[in-house]
Write a protein that binds this ligand. Sequence first.
Ligand code: UGA
Length: 448
Amino acid sequence: MKQLRVAVLGMGYVGLTSGIAFAKHGIRSICTTTTPGKAENLNNGVPPFYEPGLEELLKEMVNEGMLSGSSDNVDAVRQSDITFICVGTPPLQDGSADLSAIEATARDIGVALRDMDNYHVVVAKSTIPPGTTENLILPTVEKYAGKKVGENFGLCMNPEFLRQGSAVYDVINPDRIVIGEYDEKSGDVLEYIYRDYDCPKIRCEIRAAELIKYAANSLLATKISFANEFSRICEKFNVDVYEVMKGVGLDFRINPRFLNAGCGFGGSCFPKDVNAIAALSKKIGVETPLLDSVLYTNELQPMHFVELIKNAAGSLEGKVVAFLGLSFKPNTGDTRETRALPIIEKLYEMGARVKAYDPKAIENFKLSTDLPIEYFEKWEEALRGADLAVVQSDWKEIRDITADDFKRLLRNPIVVDGRRTYDPEELINNGVKYLGIGWKNRLNLARP
Ligand code: UGA
């Protein structure tokens, strides 16, 4: 087969990093966007968001001529053999996915295919509800192209499993590739694109591929909520939940990952996807008590964390809280569904003031609230003179803060840890009062 070229429609985390990964694997890629200025920036080596390793690799791929940006979907498709749809599917008010960008790109693909002679494969990569590829993308492309799927063009669904914060590594080194195919020919072309990727490849029906993505995210979110529920049980027994989950996770049928208890999961995926599949299932008459509980636990957990903060502070009235970490997890500036928001809102409701630190997420977080938070780009400034410190996201910069730093800068050396950022014993032995999710807080509270 000849050297194939790829168009990637959408320049978010999935689109841009997929384009870069293809380029890195020797496949020439054009990434498109509808946001003004973004394509020019890409061509000048400037990434649209922060992600470790992204800027360097992007520059390298652009300089080698393997990756380029464009604002013209139709033109990008015309220059390619395969088109990946990677546009956003944000949640609507009722929790279901907004598919308007999917429809618009399918239309552009159809327009491009109308006067193309070569066989083209259309691949949906965005997270989309089961049925969307066949019931929305397929008829839209056929209508605007005036051509038939299976004859003039192929169709696949190929979910993405990258994690923000390690997106570049994940897309270049996936642990599996799922190819949902309309027919064998479409799947063969997509498998050929991935021929150099060293991981298991699963070929299945399109709707199965769509559901694999929702099921995978739902199970990961379930593991987290499970660990979080146990964190509250463990606290009552004065047992360390991390010790318990270590003992649980060493069972090879379970594995230790995603059993880290904390103040809840955030981000643009778990809350949105679990909500969407639960809402969709109910619409078609399937009850989802397990998924509903996963989401409910995730609402309880930040409020439980606020209780810990209150216990540590005595009362929150008039207290100044140094709040460490605003992003939904470390190594990203993304604040979508971050647990920082409900926690900070509750702290203000209870009479506290917040001095917040984050290495990358301050600007994004400011867009989500008008509360009179003081923002600091240096953790020392956020800690200085505050009554206690609270950790919501365990960036390395935050992990590296020592007991001496807390003692030197805080009015009272109290740390309330929402992510098991520190070794509790180490802080306690060095004179810091430590409370944390899933830690033996009762013993700790009893200490003078
Ligand atoms: C998640 C999945 O991990 C990816 O496989 C998937 O591709 C992606 O969603 C998506 O659908 O696009 P992401 O949201 O980037 O990735 O980040 P995660 O590392 O999964 O973390 C999500 C949230 O769960 C964070 O708030 C994190 O702090 C929390 N978490 C994670 C825990 O509380 N405990 C854990 O053990 C792991």
